[in-house]
Ligand binder design. Structure first.
Ligand code: NAD
Length: 501
């Protein structure tokens, strides 16, 4: 496995990646990345100023004509090389991701890193499918066809929960379609976005195609969204910040893509495989320490299975091993920060006043930002713990009686990112897939994602899709080209403007 990844060594020059080079930020303010498992400092870096954002946008603008003018095959070749470089560096990526997020190394190695490499390979292929509709004579006198063209410089903003995958989901469809990009990762987690951009350069993707700005949301983030030379904003993060981003993007008239919060329901009908549902609920609730926008957060269990489900989930949660993220046997790492841990604990502590903590609800006594897997029962549907996005290892469970009630409760939050339904009855699951309002509905599973399939929200979870051909299309604009076929100077339709027939 070699030496542990050292961020101070790797980013000694600075943590802004502009035009193919690392440099320091010039805001005069610093940020320190903390290892949430220990509280130790990982990297202190200079945050980006507005001038750094301007420099990154200028680098992306300068790179745009050449990259947009490359053939799809040339872009595809470069991206296949990119996937190969990522594969060679997989262990470095896994270590950096676990260090900055506190993710168990087995999750980084088996999910975040291979998923991002697969995404890169997928979009390398997609790059060759930049297609408009086939041509046709929709008027007798004209031939029309449609071109799909890149949009220009994309400004993207990403959250801290899956920094590498978020960088991949933002960068890859954008550059596959011929755009250039400036990505701002979350201040807490800049490391793997920087490594990702460096790998792109090392694979031969031209300087300026992928730029990383590491700065504060209110400063660098807002400046990027409002920038006149940025043609599209793609944002993943909380619904609250998404609304602010939407205001700025709308006032500067640019294409907008929002991937926001979630509060995924997990609906267990009374004919479900109980063991599968229990295991699925614990895995779906605890993945990434529950800091997953699609995590199972609200389990609705039909009355006949309810008591056994609560007992089964509580028993299984108690077997989950918290520990050092770099220990391959650790199941659950810390939350991203002590502040996030305290926020999660606050939700649970308030819930004690109106609900029952079945298991968990405490933090172990160590320096890390850990919180035990927590199951909460007896909460009302309109209570905070059922309605709000907690973003921690907390599952709330409620009973229901009729199928109508289960589906109604599943839809009863502002969010609509993901959901699952558990049953052996194809008619019940079919109904759930039709009636649950979410961008993804799993049947008898919860969490798996695929590069080929879209990820994105309904309702307050936003709009726009990541991954898949749908995402690729969003990073293009459609142009109608219309040819006159008659060679007639005085066209018949001119009489509607001047003269007579
Ligand atoms: P956040 O909204 O606080 O921050 C996200 C990003 O926005 C960060 O880079 C931050 O610096 C930046 N930002 C903050 N204020 C800004 C502003 N005023 N203008 C521009 N940028 C600004 O979210 P977070 O706490 O980093 O991440 C957790 C949230 O992300 C959760 O709500 C989660 O559901 C959501 N999320 C959604 C998806 C999805 O695909 N829908 C995926 C992952 C995470």
């Amino acid at each position: 496995m070699g030496d542990r990844f050292s961020a101070q060594d790797r980013f000694a020059v600075g943590a802004q990646y502009i035009g193919g080079e690392l440099r320091p930020g010039t805001s005069g303010q610093q940020h320190t990345v903390i290892d949430p498992a220990t509280g130790e400092q990982v990297l202190t870096y200079d945050l980006a100023s507005s001038a750094d954002v301007d420099a990154a946008v200028a680098a992306a603008s300068a790179a745009f004509p050449g990259w947009a003018g490359a053939t799809p095959g040339e872009r595809s070749d470069a991206m296949h090389r990119f996937a190969a470089v990522l594969t060679e560096r997989a262990e470095e990526f896994a270590q950096a991701e676990s260090l900055q997020c506190g993710k168990p190394i087995k999750l980084s190695r088996e999910f975040d890193v291979p998923g991002s490499i697969d995404n890169t390979a997928y979009f390398a292929g997609a790059a060759r499918h930049l297609q408009g509709q086939s041509a046709g004579e929709y008027s007798a006198d004209h031939t029309s066809y449609v071109r799909r063209e890149p949009i220009g410089v994309v400004g993207s903003i990403a959250p801290w929960n899956y920094p590498l995958q978020m960088a991949a989901w933002k960068v890859l469809p954008a550059i596959a379609a011929g755009n250039t990009i400036v990505l701002k990762p979350a201040e807490l987690t800049p490391l793997t976005s920087l490594l990702f951009a460096q790998a792109a350069t090392d694979a031969g993707i031209p300087d300026g195609v992928v730029n990383i700005i590491t700065g504060a949301g209110r400063d660098a983030g807002e400046h990027l969204v409002g920038h006149a030379d940025v043609a599209m904003t793609s944002f993943t993060g909380s619904t609250a910040v998404g609304k602010r981003v939407a205001e700025i993007a709308t006032s500067t008239v640019k294409r907008l893509h929002l991937e926001l919060g979630g509060k995924a329901p997990f609906v267990v009908f009374d004919d479900a495989d109980l063991e599968a549902a229990v295991h699925g609920a614990v895995a779906g609730a605890l993945i990434n320490t529950g800091q997953d926008c699609t995590a199972a957060t609200r389990a609705y269990v039909q009355r006949p299975l309810y008591d056994a489900f609560v007992q089964g989930v509580a028993d299984l949660m108690e077997t989950v091993r918290l520990g050092d993220p770099f220990d391959a046997s650790t199941d659950l790492g810390p939350l991203i920060s002590h502040a996030q841990r305290d926020r999660v604990a606050g939700f649970v502590d308030r819930a004690r006043g109106y609900a029952r903590v079945v298991t968990g609800g405490t933090a172990p006594d160590n320096d890390g930002a850990y919180y035990r897997p927590t199951l909460i029962a007896d909460a009302a549907q309109d209570s905070e713990i059922v309605q709000a996005e907690i973003f921690g290892p907390v599952l709330v469970v409620l009973p229901f009686d009729s199928d109508d009630e289960g589906i109604r409760l599943a839809n009863d939050t502002p969010y609509g990112l993901a959901a699952s339904a558990w049953s052996r009855d194809v008619y019940r699951t079919g109904r759930a897939t039709r009636e649950i309002q979410a961008g993804c509905v799993w049947i008898n599973d919860h969490i798996p994602i695929l590069s080929e399939m879209p990820h994105g929200g309904y309702k307050a979870s936003g709009f726009g899709k990541d991954m898949s051909a749908y995402s690729f299309e969003e990073y293009t604009q459609v142009k109608h080209v219309m040819y006159d076929n008659t060679a007639v100077a005085r066209k018949d339709w001119h009489r509607t403007v001047f003269g007579t027939r």
